[in-house]
Design a binder for this molecule. Structure first.
Ligand code: UGA
Length: 435
């Protein structure tokens, strides 16, 4: 048993950005945590205190946990759970071809750990899973002395540690009051509203949150496109919209469409859940389609600025799906790059956190200067800080053309227009130098 009354013994299965953030953060709250990682390469790196992907603040937290003897890592799932009062499941639930979530890893870990779980322990699903999965996991575990709860994560890549420390809410779904209270107790040092409910509702809160945010950004991009075409100022329109307290100002940034490992997968999965339930998914289907249309709009903005030209070279700045992460999954940059490559445009990409090419035909270089050299146009796809102040004189010297497409609306367009560039920005459209 724990020396400290408040200290729980926890196993966290899966050490991706959700699992590792959860493990290191729970250790930081004073719990004794063992992270289970199935990839030996990742495991070795974690045991040396090295985080095998980029997530701000996480490496420091992992090292602190190891130093304070609150955090360790293992390959051995059975032995880890055999000493744990709480087992967090943080394994991937990727999309299948039909859009539904693939639960095969959740199932295999549930079955594998079943015999080793201690009596009275609680298995907590943090992975994003379809409604009813907790009940399904109870069947896979098949132990009447073990409870299963849902405690969905709301960690944003790039600020996952901060989101864990300071969440908007903690959602706990379980069948019994006692289990809800025990899980809530793990977070007693975190100040946030706790919503306790049944496991199905908890699972749906996670899907509904991501699908709502994805829908909201699609709506924002629809308004931005209107402004791009009709001459409105989207930033002002969206500020005017967000000041309505019922709407709120967060998550109203127009961009090249949303991506990442969560919004696309979870929106598709919710559509699949709705289809299975015979429930209406018209809105969500339209949101998915409209997001794809946004990628095509951005590719068209770039290619239409070169009608009649041949052998076009574009510098693409930013390849990850947003700043603050090295994650390329379903990145808008790659969607747009793929459309441009298919129409014969040469693309030279640069991203501070990407070193190997993620796409056939996409050349990767190691600096902004190399990327823009001899390019006909520069496209900002990810809102990395270092792209905000590109030196216009340098660009003129290095680039062959004078076109800038800023899909994140982060540049001060006046600087570049004054230097002779034609600048297109999300939600603003084109601004061109006076002839
Ligand atoms: C998202 C949710 O925000 C988290 O709450 C959730 O826990 C996580 O998914 C998950 O399910 O694990 P994440 O995918 O890391 O987090 O990224 P976001 O910051 O939500 O951005 C998603 C996409 O929307 C990105 O492509 C981003 O560039 C885009 N976005 C976001 C905009 O285009 N405009 C905005 O105003 C905000």
């Amino acid at each position: 048993m724990a020396a400290n009354e408040d200290q729980a013994h926890i196993a966290v299965i899966g050490c991706g950005y959700v699992g590792l953030t959860t493990a290191a953060s729970l250790a930081n709250l004073g719990h004794s945590v063992i992270g289970v990682e199935s990839s030996l390469e990742r495991l070795e790196s974690l045991q040396e205190g090295k985080v095998p992907f980029f997530e701000p603040e996480l490496e420091e937290l992992v090292n602190l946990g190891i130093e304070e003897n609150h955090l360790a890592f293992t390959f051995d799932l059975k032995s880890a759970v055999s000493q744990a009062q709480f087992v967090f499941v943080c394994v991937p639930t990727p999309s299948q071809d039909d859009g539904s979530a693939d639960l095969s890893v959740v199932r295999s870990v549930s079955e594998e750990m079943s015999d080793s779980l201690i009596s009275g322990s609680i298995v907590i699903l943090k992975s994003t899973v379809p409604i009813g999965t907790s009940v399904q996991v109870e069947e896979w575990i098949d132990r009447s002395d073990v409870e299963v709860a849902s405690n969905p994560e709301f960690l944003q890549a790039g600020r996952a540690v901060a989101a864990f420390k300071n969440p908007d809410r903690i959602i706990i779904g379980a069948n019994t009051l006692a289990t809800r209270e025990k899980v809530a107790e793990l977070y007693s040092k975190v100040s946030a509203p706790v919503v306790c409910t049944d496991s199905r509702s908890a699972e749906l809160i996670k899907y509904a949150s991501n699908a709502y945010l994805a829908s909201r950004i699609t709506f924002v991009n629809n308004i931005a496109e209107l402004c791009e075409k009709t001459g409105g100022e989207a930033s002002t329109v969206l500020r005017g919209l967000g000041l309505d307290k019922r709407i709120g100002e967060a998550f109203l940034q127009p961009g090249p469409g949303w991506g990442g490992s969560c919004f696309p997968k979870d929106t598709r999965a919710l559509i699949s859940v709705a289809a299975e339930a015979g429930s209406d998914a018209t809105l969500l289907n339209a949101v998915l389609e409209s997001n794809e249309t946004r990628f095509a709009q951005i590719a068209a903005v770039i290619s239409e600025s070169f009608i009649g030209h041949e052998e076009i070279q574009v510098a693409m700045l930013g390849l990850t799906f947003k700043a603050g992460t090295d994650d390329l999954r379903e990145s808008p940059s790659l969607k747009v790059a793929s459309l441009l490559l298919n129409s014969g445009v040469k693309i030279v990409g640069y991203d501070p956190h990407v070193t190997t090419t993620p796409l056939n035909g996409l050349e990767i270089v190691q600096s902004v200067e190399e990327a823009v050299k001899d390019s006909d146009a520069l496209v900002v796809m990810t809102e990395w800080e270092r792209f905000v102040d590109l030196d216009s004189e340098e660009l003129i010297k290095l680039m062959a053309g004078k076109i800038i497409v800023d899909t994140r609306n982060i540049l001060n367009s006046k600087t570049y227009v004054d230097a002779g560039f034609s600048v297109w920005q999300a939600g603003q459209g084109w601004k061109k130098p006076l002839k």
